[in-house]
Design a protein around this ligand. Structure first.
Ligand code: PLP
Length: 491
C-alpha cells in the first residue's frame, strides 16, 4: 500500500539522516526518569507484602493492556516506566512476598537492582580481559567468595551463567568431553528420578537420547542410592555401554532431598564417572554449619551448580557453575579450539595472568551477573546472608512441627533444605486425596493471602512449602497453615 500524503512509513524514514542525539536523553530527562525509577523500585521492594503473592490476569486482559503498535515516534520515558511498573510487571508470582511458598522463591535486594543498572550503564562484559578487565576481576572475586562461603577448596573456579539450567548444561558438556572421548552413541548418565528436568534437557542438548539418561528410583531416604548406581553402571559396562556421569541433586525441587555426595563420589571414582552436583537450590545451605552437614561432600563433585537467584536472594538472572578443575571448562569452551574465523579476536587473546571468561562457557558477550552478588554481599555482609539462610531452615522446622501438631494435617516429607511437603487428611477417603490437595491449594491461592502449590511424592499429590524468604515469619506460616485448614474444612 502506498503511504497517503503526509504519512511517513518506515521506508521513507530510513532515508532521513540520523539526527544527533536522537537515541539519547538530556541529563535532566535522565535524572527525572531515573529518580522516578528508583522510587518505583523502593515502592516495589517495600510494598510487596501489602499485595497478593500472585497477581493474576487473563491473557486477553494483558493483551488489551500491553499490545500496542510499534512506537515509531518518541514517548515519555517516565510515563512508560510508571505504566510498566503499575500495569504489567507486577502480574504473575511475586516471589518476594512473605507468604509466597511456591517453587523456589527469591527475594531480590536493592543493591542488586543498582548493580544491574550500573553494569548495564557501563556495558560491562566479563568476556575477554581486553574488553572487560574490571568486570572480570569482579566476577573472579565473587567466585572466590562463593567458593569460600560454600567451604570449597580455593582451587575451585568457574563462571556465572543465566541460571541452574545453563549451569547444568555447561557442566554436562564438559563431562561429555572429558569422560566420553567422543563415544556418544553408547553413553549413559545416571541421576535420580527426582532430578530437575533441566538435567534431561541438558542431556538432550549435548546429544543424548532419552534412553541414555538413566533415572533411578531413590532410596527410602529420598536420595539416590550409590549401590543402585554401582549395580547399574556394572551392568551397563557389561553390556558394552559407556557410563560417563552421575548427577547428584543437593536439594531436589520437590522435597529438598539430598543425594549422598561422598558415597556417590566413591562410585564415580571407581568407574571414572564425572560427578555433577546440582545444588541450584540447596547448595546455599552450606553457608551455615547445620546446612553444611545436610549437604556433605560438595567438594567431592567435579562440578557444582548453585543459583544465587534462589537462596542467595539475587534477582534473575544469577546462576553459577563451580568446578574442581577450571582448565577442563576451558578445554571444552575456548574459542580458539574452533576452525571458524576468529581473526578479529586475536587482539583480545589473554596473556600472562589475564583470564578471558568467555573461554569457560558458551557465551561470548556476557553480562556482569556476579556484580549483584558482589554488591549485596559487600553491602549487607556475609554474616547476614548466613543468618538469612539459617532463618529459612528454622522456618521449615517450625512449619514441620506445626503440621505434626495438627490432627488434620500430615507431614509427608520432613523439612529438608527449607522444603517440606504435607497433606490435608481431614476425614475424607484416601481416594479423594489428590483432588483434595489441588482444591485446597487453589482455594488458598484464591484468598490472595498466601501461595501454596502442590507437587507429587511417590505418586501422590501433596502440598509443598519452600520457606527460604528471609522476610517470612512464623506468623506467616501460622496464617498460611490456617488457610490450608480452612480450605480443607470447606470454609
Ligand atoms: C534443583 C534445580 N536444578 C535446576 C533448576 C533450574 O534452575 P533455573 O530455573 O535457574 O534454570 C532448578 C529450578 O528450580 C532447581 O530447583
Amino acid at each position: 500500500m502506498t503511504p497517503g500524503p503526509g504519512s511517513r512509513g518506515p521506508e521513507a524514514e530510513a532515508h532521513l539522516p540520523y539526527r544527533p542525539g536522537e537515541l539519547a536523553l538530556s541529563p535532566e530527562e535522565m535524572r527525572r526518569a531515573g529518580q522516578r525509577a528508583v522510587d518505583l523500585v523502593v515502592e516495589r521492594l517495600r510494598g510487596v507484602a501489602d499485595g497478593r503473592p500472585h497477581a493474576v490476569a487473563t491473557s486477553a486482559e494483558l493483551a488489551a493492556l500491553a499490545d500496542r503498535p510499534l512506537p515509531e515516534e518518541p514517548g515519555d520515558l517516565t510515563g512508560l516506566l510508571e505504566w510498566a511498573a503499575r500495569e504489567v510487571l507486577p502480574t504473575g508470582v511475586r516471589f518476594d512476598h512473605p507468604r509466597c511458598f511456591a517453587f523456589v522463591p527469591t527475594t531480590g535486594n536493592f543493591p542488586a537492582v543498582l548493580a544491574d543498572a550500573l553494569a548495564s550503564a557501563f556495558l560491562s562484559v566479563p568476556g575477554a580481559w581486553l574488553v572487560g578487565a574490571g568486570p572480570t576481576r569482579i566476577e573472579l572475586t565473587t567466585l572466590a567468595w562463593l567458593v569460600e562461603l560454600l567451604g570449597l577448596p580455593p582451587t575451585h573456579g568457574g563462571l556465572f551463567v543465566s541460571g541452574g539450567s545453563v549451569a547444568n548444561l555447561t557442566a554436562l558438556t564438559a563431562a561429555r568431553d572429558h569422560r566420553l572421548g567422543g563415544d556418544l552413541a553408547r553413553a549413559r548418565l545416571y541421576c535420580s528420578s527426582q532430578a530437575h528436568p533441566s538435567i534431561a534437557r541438558a542431556a538432550h542438548i549435548i546429544g543424548l537420547r532419552r534412553d541414555q539418561v538413566v533415572a533411578l528410583t531413590p532410596g527410602p531416604g529420598g536420595g539416590l542410592d550409590p549401590r543402585a548406581v554401582r549395580a547399574r553402571a556394572t551392568a551397563d559396562l557389561a553390556a558394552a555401554l559407556r557410563p560417563f556421569a552421575v548427577v547428584a541433586t543437593v536439594g531436589t525441587t520437590g522435597t529438598g532431598a539430598v543425594d549422598p555426595l561422598p558415597e556417590l563420589a566413591v562410585v564415580c571414582r571407581e568407574f571414572r564417572l564425572w560427578l555433577h552436583a546440582d545444588g541450584a537450590h540447596g547448595a546455599a545451605a552450606a553457608l551455615t554449619a547445620r546446612g553444611r552437614s545436610a549437604c556433605r561432600g560438595l567438594e567431592t563433585a567435579d562440578s557444582l551448580t548453585i543459583d544465587p537467584h534462589k537462596w542467595l536472594f539475587q534477582p534473575y538472572e544469577a546462576g553459577c557453575l563451580l568446578v574442581r578443575d577450571p582448565a577442563l571448562l576451558k578445554a571444552t569452551f575456548r574459542m580458539g579450539r574452533h576452525r571458524l574465523d576468529s581473526g578479529y579476536l586475536s587482539p583480545a587473546r589473554a596473556t600472562g595472568e589475564q583470564i578471558n571468561l568467555d573461554d569457560y562457557g558458551p557465551q561470548q558477550s556476557r553480562g556482569l551477573r556476579a556484580f549483584k552478588l558482589w554488591l549485596s554481599l559487600s553491602t549487607f555482609g556475609a554474616a547476614a546472608f548466613r543468618r538469612a539462610v539459617d532463618h529459612g531452615l528454622d522456618l521449615a522446622e517450625y512449619a514441620g512441627a506445626r503440621i505434626e501438631a495438627e490432627r488434620d494435617l500430615e507431614l509427608v516429607t520432613p523439612p529438608s533444605l527449607g522444603i517440606l511437603t504435607f497433606r490435608y487428611r481431614g476425614g475424607r477417603s484416601p481416594a479423594d486425596g489428590a483432588h483434595d490437595q489441588e482444591r485446597i491449594s487453589a482455594a488458598v491461592c484464591r484468598t490472595g493471602r498466601a501461595m501454596v502449590l502442590t507437587t507429587e511424592v511417590n505418586g501422590a499429590r501433596v502440598l509443598r512449602l519452600c520457606t527460604i524468604n528471609p522476610a517470612s515469619t512464623r506468623a506467616d506460616i501460622d496464617e498460611t497453615l490456617g488457610l490450608v485448614l480452612n480450605a480443607g474444612r470447606g470454609r
